[in-house]
Design a protein around this ligand. Structure first.
Ligand code: A2P
Length: 265
């Protein structure tokens, strides 16, 4: 991988990669893709530290890799935080620009941290969908679970667009579409009109999400969970799953659900 020319020296221990595409969804959300270093390996669902070569000591922030581990490029889905130390600059990147990435991926939203089961639930709010964008494109997910349910809750309808495009493209993909036939995408909105409304925690408490999907209430015998959202969302969704008898796992102790914060600037 040839080092690009940048104003500041590339710090030690980071990859300097080239932006290959940028797509803006709303005034708050965008996706970008970068070249993948040939030596970079990660497990679908993990995150890396991302920065820009715009200072002697660049600011790095955690980003879930949104592309699957077999992809030739790396994809990220980002919020634009006004005055956010990284995102105020990152939101302006263009194709051909350089993005820095620390070399070591990590994270708990990985298939290895869950015991096998019948049905995998992925609970996301906002940009918390990013690690699941990776996992739903990974064949291993469908080898391990018969059914996959991705829930995504956002404040506004426009914020669902990234996930909707992703699932549509996945189901239509001639190579990986077949495996994703057992994927269901359940979208809800909390601050605008939409056919499905409300926080996922409330929809689990009332049983509406189970009715809507025609599946039994979550149980530790059959169901596994992965959660990614704000700190408050993690806390409340974790409590809901524990209420159904599930138990938090980790890489070194696989169990019935795992949790990761959706990182914001
Ligand atoms: P709400 O509009 O009722 O706050 P945010 O952008 O704040 O992270 O929110 C993204 C989505 O997550 C919103 O739809 C929001 O609903 C929802 N949300 C926020 N807090 C929680 C929580 N504690 N439990 C479940 N959902 C939540």
């Amino acid at each position: 991988d040839e080092a690009p020319k940048t104003e500041f020296p590339i710090p030690a221990g980071v990859f300097a990669q080239t932006v290959t595409s940028v797509e803006h969804y709303t005034d708050r959300l965008f996706k970008f893709r970068i070249t993948r270093p040939s030596t970079f390996r990660f497990r679908s669902g993990e995150f890396v530290m991302i920065g820009l070569p715009n200072a002697e000591k660049p600011v790095f922030r955690a980003y879930s890799v949104a592309s699957p581990s077999w992809d030739e490029e790396l994809e990220f889905y980002s919020i634009k935080v006004p005055d956010g130390p990284l995102t105020e600059h990152l939101q302006k990147i263009k194709v051909g620009d350089t993005v820095l990435m620390r070399k070591k991926p990590t994270g708990t939203l990985v298939n290895d941290a869950l015991l096998p089961g019948k049905r995998l639930w992925m609970f996301s709010t906002g940009t918390g969908i990013a690690p699941f964008a990776s996992l739903i494109r990974d064949p291993e997910t469908y080898e391990k679970f018969d059914e996959v349910i991705l829930t995504h809750t956002c404040r506004e309808v426009g914020e669902l667009e990234y996930g909707k495009q992703l699932v549509k493209a996945l189901k239509e993909d001639p190579l990986v579409g077949e495996m994703a036939q057992n994927l269901r995408h359940y979208c809800t909105v909390t601050r605008e009109d939409y056919p499905f409304q409300g926080r996922i925690t409330d929809l689990m408490a009332s049983g509406k999400v189970f009715e809507d999907l025609g599946v039994p209430q979550i149980s530790p015998e059959t169901d596994r969970g992965m959660i990614c959202g704000s700190m408050e969302m993690l806390k409340d969704t974790k409590a809901a799953l524990e209420g159904f008898g599930l138990d938090e796992g980790a890489n070194n102790k696989p169990s019935t659900f795992v949790v990761e914060r959706a990182f914001v600037d």
